[in-house]
Design a protein around this ligand. Structure first.
Ligand SMILES: Nc1ncnc2c1ncn2[C@@H]1O[C@H](COP(=O)(O)OP(=O)(O)OP(=O)(O)O)[C@@H](O)[C@H]1O
Length: 575
C-alpha cells in the first residue's frame, strides 16, 4: 500500500492543507460538548442568561468555521484523490506498454483492465475518504476520550475501558478483509474475462447458436463474484452491530454511574450530558471506522495488485551496450542456429534455424499449422528474444540495436488484421508519425486498397467501427498492409496477410512491393504466392526442412513437391 501511496508525494501541500482543515472541523466537533456543558451548568442551571448568550455565540461561531473548513477540505480531497488516480493509471498504462509478450503471459488482459479501472478507483476513493473522514474517525475517538477525561475522570474511565478491545477487533477485521477482497477482485477479473470474450466473439456465438451456453458461463462466474462479495461484506457487516452493542453498554454504564454521582453531588448534570455526548460521537466515529476498515481492506488488496504490475520487470529492454546510432540500412537478415522456446512450455517452438536473406529479397515461409512460422516472425522485431543462437540484421546482432531503431524500420502485418476505431486515413497514418496525405494515398495505392477507399461514403475520412467491423476481411488486410508500407520499411513481415486476397490483387500487391526494395517475408499457405518469391523457406515442427527457389525445391524437397502437386490438383479440380 505504501508503494502506491508514494504517488501522493506531488500533492503533499494540498494534502497538508486538507488535513489541517479536517483537524479544524474535528477540533470544533470536540469542543462542542464542552461548550454545551458550559451552557447547561453556567447558564441554564445557574439562571445566567448572559452566559447562555456568550457560550451560544461561541458555539455558532465554531459551527460556521467547521462548515467552511468542511467545504474547502472536500475540494482538496477531490483534487488530490482524482489527480492521484490519474497518475497511477498513467503509470500502470506506461508500464504495461513496456511489457514483452512473456510479461503479458503473467497478466491476462482482462485482469490488467480490472487493475487499471476498478482497482485504481478503489484506492482513489479510499484516498478521498482518508482526506475527508478517515483520519477524523480515529482522531475523534482519541480526542473524545481525552476530552471526556478533562470533563470527568471517573465517568471517562467507564467509557474508555472498552476502546482498546474495539481497536484490536478492528485491526483483526482489516487483515481478514484484505484477503477476502483480494479474492473478490480475482473473481471480478474472471467476470471481465468472460465478458470480454463474449463481446468480442458475439458473431461467432450467434452463428453457432451458443447464446444459452455463454449466458450460463457468464451466470456461473457472475454468481461466483456475488458469493465472494457477499462473504466479504458479511464479515465486514458484523462490525457495526458489535461496535454499537459495546458502546451502548458503556453509555448505559456512564448514565447509571453518573446518576448515582449526581445524587451524591460528586458530578454535575452538565458533565454527565457532556460525557454521554462524547460517547455518542465516539460511537458514531466507530461506525464510520468500520466502514473505513472495509474500504481500507479493499484498497490494500487493490494496491497489492497494482504494485504487482508496477514491479514486474519488463524483460525485453535495451541492453546497456546498445549502439545508440545503430539502424537498419539494407535489411539483410541472418538466422544463426536460432533456438526459441515459449515460457512455460516443454519443447522449443524453433530449433537450430539458420538461413540468410539478402536485402530486397522476397521470401515465402511455408509450413504446416503450428510449424513455427509466426514465431519466427516475432523474433525479427524482438517481440521475443532468442534463447540460443543469434539473429543478425545487416550483420549486427539485433540485441545490440536499440529496440526502437530496429522496429522503426520494420513493417509488421500480423495474422489478424487489427484496426483501431477512427478514420481510414488515421488507420493508415498510424504507421508513421506526421504522415502527409500524399504518403497515405501512395501507401493505399501500393496496398491495392485505394480504389476501395474511393468507393467508401467519406473516402479517407470514413470512420471505421470497432476493430474495423465495417470492412471485409480482405479490405482489413490491405489496410493493415498500407499501414506497414507507409513506414517505408527495410524489412516487411506479412503474416498470412494476403490470404483473403484474390490472385490478381495479390499479384498486383507483390508487384507494387518491388519498389520498396525491402526484404519481404511472407507467410503463406498458397503455392502460387511462394512461386513468385526469390526464396522459399519450408518449416516443419520448428525445424528448417528446406530452403531454395521453387524450381530447386521441386527437385530437393519431397514435402514441397507434395504441397505443390496437391494444390495444383485442387486448382485443376475447381477449374
Ligand atoms: N504464446 C505462446 N505460448 C506458448 N506456445 C505458443 C505460443 N504461441 C505459439 N505457441 C506454440 O508454438 C508453436 C508454433 O506456433 P506458431 O504460431 O509459430 O505456428 P504457425 O506455424 O505460425 O501456425 P499457424 O499457421 O497456425 O499460424 C505451436 O506449437 C504453438 O502451440
Amino acid at each position: 500500500m505504501i508503494k502506491v501511496l508514494s504517488y501522493l508525494k506531488p500533492y503533499r501541500i494540498a494534502i497538508a492543507f486538507a488535513l489541517l482543515l479536517m483537524l479544524t472541523e474535528l477540533a470544533v466537533e470536540l469542543v462542542q460538548p464542552l461548550i454545551m456543558a458550559k451552557i447547561i451548568d453556567d447558564g441554564i442551571l445557574a439562571n445566567d442568561l448572559s452566559a447562555v448568550t456568550k457560550w451560544g455565540g461561541i458555539l455558532i461561531g465554531c459551527s460556521i468555521i467547521a462548515f467552511f473548513a468542511g467545504i474547502i477540505n472536500s475540494f482538496y480531497a477531490a483534487h488530490v484523490s482524482y489527480s492521484f488516480g490519474f497518475d497511477v493509471r498513467k503509470k500502470v498504462f506506461d508500464k504495461v506498454q513496456s511489457f514483452s509478450f512473456a510479461n503479458f503471459n503473467l497478466f491476462p488482459t482482462s485482469s490488467l483492465i480490472t487493475r487499471m479501472t476498478n482497482d485504481i478507483t478503489q484506492i482513489q476513493n479510499t484516498v478521498f475518504m482518508s482526506l475527508r473522514i478517515m483520519l477524523r474517525a480515529p482522531l475523534l475517538i482519541i480526542g473524545g476520550i481525552l476530552m471526556a477525561f478533562i470533563v470527568n475522570v471517573k465517568l471517562a474511565l467507564i467509557l474508555s475501558i472498552v476502546v482498546p478491545f474495539l481497536f484490536i477487533f478492528l485491526m483483526w477485521l482489516m487483515k481478514k478483509g484484505e484477503q477476502l477482497f483480494k479474492e473478490v477482485q480475482e473473481k471480478l477479473d474472471t467476470v471481465n474475462a468472460v465478458m470480454r470474450e463474449t463481446l468480442t466473439g458475439i458473431r461467432l456465438i450467434k452463428a453457432f447458436i451458443r447464446r444459452k451456453h455463454e449466458v450460463n458461463r457468464f451466470t456461473k462466474v457472475n454468481e461466483d463474484l456475488k458469493e465472494r462479495s457477499e462473504v466479504a461484506l458479511r464479515v465486514m457487516e458484523i462490525t457495526m452491530p458489535v461496535l454499537l452493542l459495546i458502546m451502548n453498554l458503556s453509555i448505559m454504564g456512564v448514565l447509571w454511574f453518573g446518576s448515582i454521582q449526581v445524587n451524591t453531588g460528586g458530578v454535575q448534570v452538565g458533565e454527565v450530558v457532556a460525557i454521554v455526548n462524547y460517547a455518542t460521537r465516539i460511537t458514531g466515529a466507530f461506525s464510520v471506522f468500520s466502514f473505513i476498515i472495509m474500504a481500507f481492506s479493499r484498497a490494500k488488496a487493490s494496491s497489492n495488485r497494482i504494485v504487482e504490475v508496477l514491479e514486474t520487470p519488463a524483460d525485453l529492454i535495451d541492453r546497456t551496450d546498445v549502439d545508440p546510432h545503430g539502424t537498419i540500412t539494407y535489411g539483410k537478415i541472418e538466422f544463426h542456429h536460432v533456438m526459441f522456446q515459449y515460457p512455460d512450455t516443454d519443447s522449443p517452438a524453433l530449433e537450430n534455424i539458420s538461413f540468410t536473406l539478402q536485402p530486397g529479397q522476397t521470401v515465402a515461409i511455408l509450413g504446416a499449422t503450428g510449424s513455427g512460422k509466426t514465431t519466427l516472425f516475432q523474433l525479427i522485431p524482438r517481440l521475443y528474444d532468442v534463447n540460443d543462437g543469434t539473429l543478425f540484421v545487416d550483420g549486427q546482432d539485433i540485441r545490440e540495436l536499440k529496440i526502437e531503431s530496429l522496429r522503426r524500420k520494420i513493417g509488421f502485418v500480423p495474422q489478424e488484421a487489427l484496426l483501431f476505431s477512427g478514420s481510414v486515413k488515421e488507420n493508415i497514418a498510424w504507421g508513421k508519425e506526421n504522415a502527409g496525405m500524399d504518403e497515405i494515398i501512395e501507401a493505399a495505392k501500393d496496398a491495392q486498397i485505394y480504389e476501395t477507399i474511393k468507393k467508401l461514403p467519406n473516402q479517407f475520412e470514413t470512420k471505421l467501427g470497432q476493430k474495423g467491423v465495417n470492412l471485409s476481411g480482405g479490405q482489413k488486410q490491405r489496410l493493415s498492409i498500407a499501414r506497414a508500407l507507409i513506414r517505408k520499411p527495410k524489412i516487411l513481415l506479412l503474416d498470412d496477410s494476403t490470404s483473403a486476397l484474390d490472385m490478381k490483387t495479390e499479384a498486383n500487391l507483390l508487384r507494387a512491393l518491388k519498389k520498396y526494395t525491402c526484404t519481404t517475408l511472407i507467410i503463406t499457405q498458397k503455392i502460387s504466392t511462394a512461386m513468385e518469391a526469390d526464396k522459399i523457406i519450408l518449416l516443419e515442427d520448428g525445424k528448417l526442412l528446406a530452403e531454395g527457389t521453387h524450381q530447386s525445391l521441386l527437385q530437393t524437397s519431397q514435402l514441397y513437391k507434395e504441397i505443390f502437386h496437391s494444390q495444383s490438383r485442387e486448382e485443376r479440380d475447381y477449374a
